[in-house]
Design a protein around this ligand. Structure first.
Ligand SMILES: [Zn+2]
Length: 85
C-alpha cells in the first residue's frame, strides 16, 4: 500500500502542474512533497512554480535539518522494505 505514496518524477511534475492550477488533491500534494524531499531534480523543477514553492516553505520541508531528513528516509525505507517482504 505504501507504494501508493511513492511517485516517479513524471507523476511529480504532473502533480506540480496540477497544484499550480489548484487541481491537486491534498493526497497528491502530500505525495508530491514526499517526492520533493527525496528528489533534488524535482525540487529544482518545482522551484519554478512559485505557488508550490510557497507551499513547501509553509510545510517547512526545506527547513528540515539533514538529520531530520535522514531519520525520515530511514523510517520510510524501513516501512517500504517491510511492505516488500
Ligand atoms: Zn523527481
Amino acid at each position: 500500500m505504501r507504494k501508493l505514496f511513492f511517485i516517479d518524477c513524471s507523476k511529480a511534475a504532473e502533480c506540480c502542474n496540477k497544484s499550480q492550477y489548484k487541481e491537486a488533491k491534498p493526497l497528491d500534494k502530500m505525495k508530491l512533497f514526499l517526492h520533493l524531499t527525496f528528489c533534488q531534480a524535482c525540487r529544482k523543477f518545482s522551484s519554478k512554480n512559485s505557488k508550490l514553492t510557497e507551499a513547501i516553505k509553509k510545510s517547512k520541508i526545506q527547513s528540515c535539518s539533514e538529520e531530520q531528513k535522514q531519520a525520515w528516509r530511514e523510517q520510510i525505507k524501513k516501512e517500504f522494505a517491510e511492505d516488500n517482504v
